[in-house]
Design a protein around this ligand. Structure first.
Ligand code: ADP
Ligand code: MG
Length: 395
């Protein structure tokens, strides 16, 4: 028994010694690896220093080469005192075309302010910065710098700010639109309240009663705008997150038709759903898709005359699940079809307001469709009807 204990004890001791040797060995190996890496880093540093020194030397000897300017995305021209182009970088060629060397700068930049200021910079020897906005053929915005190069030439450097300015303007247009949309119902509410409070209706109960439905309607209108704005901003924030759950499109559409039963009945419109298979599963967000189909069926009902039909068809193929929502309504004029998904765009604003629209429905739909990585196509003919075709990627 004792012998057994001694043997186990010795075995354990040998094991511990082996393990510690192994870890010491590993430690030594790791250390030498670290040293090797350190040496490598050192030699890399030396190599890098050498390259830098070489580059500095080259730079000092040759100055900045045209190749350097060809690496940047901003446009650069060198212009002589006759305003002819001496040099243009690759970005300038891409933007304004080839074979421009030797040509007058006015052939590409017909901006009087720039032309005049080239002379000013050459004579005063002071650089200038000018913001320029071009609108032909499309909107472009540049910050241009006219920099003295030597006695006889200047460099024109154009920083393209088109996208940034466009986004800024869109945002401020949007704020202006929202304010206008909310102000209109707010003003009618204020006017109505004033009339009831101090105006001709102040002592007339019957007139007061006439104003109340208008006040109520305008309040609902404001509420709808705020609801749609919130929905729009939420989906805009989440547009990049693709839904991950399996949902059945057929089920969603059936329940949307049921939910919209009231407006369909009111407009005497029949909605017909054709979906031969039992299930049409896609990766989707149930609530968002409900919003999409509600908006499309609501529009189809609102922009149709009484007694018309809405045909909803669902189809499957290898790549996609295709939904078509087709109405027999008033249609959309050709020139406006591509604009109906813009925020607050309506073909006929007073008609849209009459039917309780906010002009935001299709903007919301478009974002949700993008979030689902789906496509939306709109076909429409005035007086005949409109068809929205949605293509969702198959699972
Ligand atoms: N099915 C349709 N038939 C005819 N016009 C439509 C249809 N759907 C949308 N439109 C037009 O597109 C505009 C924008 O639609 P939408 O964004 O839903 O806003 P609205 O709140 O005005 O319904 C509508 O005002 C209408 O002019
Ligand atoms: Mg709508």
């Amino acid at each position: 028994m004792d012998l057994l204990f001694i043997l186990i004890g010795a075995g354990l001791a040998i094991f511990v010694i082996l393990v510690s040797f192994k870890s010491i060995g590993a430690g030594i190996a790791a250390k030498s690896e670290i040293n090797r890496q350190k040496d490598k880093l050192k030699s890399d540093e030396i190599e890098e220093e050498e390259i830098l020194e070489e580059e500095e030397l080259n730079g000092n000897e040759k100055g900045l080469s045209s190749n350097t300017f060809n690496q940047i995305d901003d446009v650069l021209f060198e212009i002589d005192k006759f305003k002819n182009i001496k040099f243009l970088n690759t970005a300038a060629t891409k933007k304004f075309g080839k074979k421009l060397q030797g040509k007058h700068i006015a052939t590409v930049l017909r901006v009087p302010e720039i032309l005049q200021n080239i002379d000013v910079v050459l004579s005063t020897k002071k650089n200038k910065k000018i913001d320029i906005e071009l609108n032909n053929p499309t909107f472009q915005f540049f910050s241009s710098y006219i920099i003295l190069n030597n006695q006889n030439s200047v460099v024109i450097f154009l920083k393209d700010l088109t996208e940034i300015i466009k986004t800024q303007r869109l945002r401020s247009d949007f704020v202006a639109n929202v304010s206008h949309e909310l102000r209109t119902p707010l003003q009618s509410i204020k006017l109505g309240l004033e009339t009831i409070n101090k105006g001709h209706a102040s002592n007339d109960f019957e007139s007061q009663k006439k104003f109340l439905p208008i006040l109520f309607q305008q309040t609902v209108r404001m509420e709808n705008i705020v609801r749609d704005l919130l929905s729009l901003s939420k989906i805009e924030l989440q547009e990049h997150i693709r839904p991950e759950k399996n949902v059945d499109i057929k089920k969603i559409i059936s329940s949307v038709i049921e939910m919209n039963n009231e407006i369909l009945k009111k407009n005497e419109i029949q909605a017909e759903l054709k979906a031969p298979d039992n299930e049409y599963e896609i990766l989707g967000d149930q609530d968002r898709l409900t919003e999409v189909f509600s908006n499309l069926i609501d529009n189809a009902a609102k922009y149709s005359k009484k007694g018309k039909k809405i045909f909803v068809n669902v189809e499957n193929n290898e790549e996609s699940v295709i939904v078509s929502i087709k109405d027999q309504g008033i249609g959309i004029p050709k020139e406006y079809i591509h604009r109906v998904t813009e925020r607050f765009f309506r073909v006929n604003p007073s008609k849209s307001k009459d039917v309780g629209g906010t002009g935001l429905g299709l903007a919301i739909v478009k974002h949700i469709i993008n979030q689902h990585r789906a496509d939306m196509d709109i076909k429409s003919e005035e007086g005949v009807g409109t068809e929205f075709i949605l293509k969702f990627p198959a699972i």
